[in-house]
Design a protein around this ligand. Structure first.
Ligand code: ADE
Length: 228
């Protein structure tokens, strides 16, 4: 999978060099490229923003550098362009799975009060565009949102996570939260591992885990059960 990121803070994405994603990049499974939006400016101050037409607080990102940056990364394939935005559809495990089947995703990370609307309209004329929100809250820019989405998407690409079975039994796969996990020692600070997990009875263990999932989901996220 190829992933391009356009941002004014490329250094934020250095964190994607480590751990499983870093390994997937070195193995060539994920081809991730970070582009500095300021490299597409032509003035001495490398300006990327200006005051909004119609007035109002904050600054808006100018269209010219965005247009040039996107011209550079879109390519001839059929890329999906994701603009992280609190005004977008809410990201989910389902969307992560859907996007993990894409061959090329471009993340356009806006800052300030957003990107000039004409950039979104122009891009939608030549590529598939989605505005995607991390959740119902606001962060300072698209970078942190893109990073979370990239990690959620990339770990579903075959070969990124060593043991694919570990992707099956986790929160939000199957619509429930994950059951609690335990490892050695069997007693720690007087707290015992539930006896059923030491019983070797696989049917009883599966039943216990399913019950914990249902109980936890009912208590913490009843909205997830509402559709059942
Ligand atoms: N930019 C600012 N807030 C955001 C959010 N919640 N999701 C995606 N991008 C954002």
């Amino acid at each position: 999978m190829r992933i391009d990121i356009v941002t004014i803070f490329p250094a934020i994405f250095d964190a994607l060099d480590v751990s499983l994603l870093g390994k997937a990049r070195r193995n060539g499974i994920i081809d991730l490229r970070v582009k500095d939006l300021r490299d597409y400016t032509h003035d001495r101050h490398r300006t990327v923003d200006d005051t909004p037409y119609g007035g109002g607080a904050g600054m808006v990102m100018r269209p010219e550098p965005w247009g040039e940056a996107l011209d550079d990364v879109l390519g001839d394939g059929d890329p999906l362009v994701v603009f992280p935005s609190p005004a977008g559809e809410v990201f989910s495990q389902r969307m992560a799975r859907e996007l993990s089947a894409e061959r090329h995703i471009v993340f356009g990370c806006g800052r300030y009060e957003g990107i000039d609307q004409r950039v979104l309209d122009d891009t939608a004329d030549r590529a598939r565009v989605r505005l995607v929100s991390l959740g119902d809250y606001v962060v300072n820019g698209g970078e942190v949102a893109a990073m979370a989405m990239i990690e959620a998407i990339a770990r579903l690409v075959p070969g990124v996570v060593g043991n694919p079975l570990s992707l099956v039994e986790e929160s939000h796969e199957g619509g429930l939260l994950e059951y609690p996990s335990y490892t050695k020692p069997p007693v720690w600070r007087g707290r015992e591992v539930p006896a059923v997990l030491l019983s070797g009875n696989h049917a009883a263990i599966a039943r216990w885990r399913r019950e914990r999932q249902l109980e936890l989901t009912r208590r913490v996220r009843p909205d997830l059960l509402a559709g059942e």
